[in-house]
Write a protein that binds this ligand. Structure first.
Ligand SMILES: *[C@@H]1O[C@H](CO)[C@@H](O)[C@H](O)[C@H]1NC(C)=O
Ligand SMILES: *[C@@H]1O[C@H](CO)[C@@H](O)[C@H](O)[C@H]1NC(C)=O
Ligand SMILES: *[C@@H]1O[C@H](CO)[C@@H](O)[C@H](O)[C@H]1NC(C)=O
Ligand SMILES: *[C@@H]1O[C@H](CO)[C@@H](O)[C@H](O)[C@H]1NC(C)=O
Length: 256
């Protein structure tokens, strides 16, 4: 059983140009010790956008002219038979601008929403789109993108609902092909004593899933719950060379 949060940072574009720069979707139980048959969780979406192409305003991106049709819902992509009623009250992807920098050409936006799900729900929720930035190494174009979170309201063996760890990192991260770089990923975890690990993800066939690899890159401290931070696919974007960077980060709690 895998519990926890699973974040993908992808860089991509819509058909009309480069305006979305990735982000994260995270969630936390409002009360991890709640034993009721329905539970409240807070889902927080954080995205980054090209600025001022996308305006710093409420209800990003539909507050920018030309994007009025860009609203959509987060959708269940995997394990939807146990979505705890999510599909009857889905969350849209609209967020409010929280900061903007003209020099960095970047704007960030965020919004938290509470939703009620039935106890024991577990499913993968995603913000999906298409027309990713093309990758150059290996060359691929026309890719779909997906930012995914794994919601799991089943109780841990130690009796409460897990709160996934949170990584604060700006997306995308750029690297040069065949050159080593160091990317620091600050991570925090609300559950005292849980162990947060990093690993590189490996693609596995099947719908937008990545599988666990045996390589654990970094281990912090021993504990009752192990969690993993997973990174993948660093391909680069260098100006004028058009290499594109994709950094994928997963956070998951794994069986001890
Ligand atoms: C929830 O159930 C567990 C196990 O039965 C119990 O130990 C705990 O006290 C309950 N929590 C609340 C808030 O009632
Ligand atoms: C975000 O914008 C909406 C629409 O204007 C507003 O109702 C809401 O209060 C804002 N939320 C936050 C957290 O600022
Ligand atoms: C979610 O619910 C909690 C508990 O009722 C509340 O403190 C919090 O402000 C709510 N968050 C949002 C985004 O509505
Ligand atoms: C990176 O290194 C591999 C293995 O040496 C090589 O085949 C590939 O062409 C290199 N790619 C670039 C873009 O330099």
């Amino acid at each position: 059983m895998w519990l926890g949060l699973f974040i993908l940072f992808y860089s991509f574009i819509f058909n009309d140009g480069k305006h979305f720069n990735g982000g994260t979707i995270r969630w936390a139980p409002v009360d991890p010790y709640d034993n009721s048959s329905s539970l409240d969780i807070t889902v927080t979406q954080s995205y980054s956008w090209t600025y001022p192409y996308i305006k710093c305003a409420n209800n990003v991106p539909i507050s920018t002219s030309g994007f009025t049709g860009a609203n959509t819902n987060l959708i269940c992509v995997v394990d939807c038979s146990t979505n705890g009623g999510y599909s009857s009250a889905p969350i849209d992807i609209l967020t409010n601008c929280t900061s903007a920098s003209s020099s960095l050409n970047m704007m960030t936006s965020e919004r938290s929403k509470n939703i009620t799900l039935s106890a024991g729900a577990h499913f993968y929720l995603a913000y999906r789109g298409n027309a990713w930035l093309p990758l150059n190494d290996p060359a691929q174009t026309g890719l779909d993108w997906s930012i995914v979170t794994y919601i799991d309201l089943r109780k841990r063996s130690d009796g409460f609902i897990n709160t996934p760890p949170v990584a604060t990192i700006v997306s995308p991260q750029y690297a040069i092909v065949n050159r080593t770089i160091q990317i620091n990923i600050p991570v925090s975890d609300a559950n005292a004593g849980d162990d947060v690990r990093c690993r590189w993800s490996k693609y596995t066939s099947g719908y937008r899933r990545r599988k666990r690899s045996d390589n654990e890159e970094h281990v912090k401290h021993p504990s009752k719950g192990k969690k993993e931070l997973v990174m993948a696919a660093v391909v680069l974007r260098v100006q004028m060379v058009a290499h594109v960077a994709v950094l994928v980060v997963f956070l998951q709690r794994v069986p001890v």
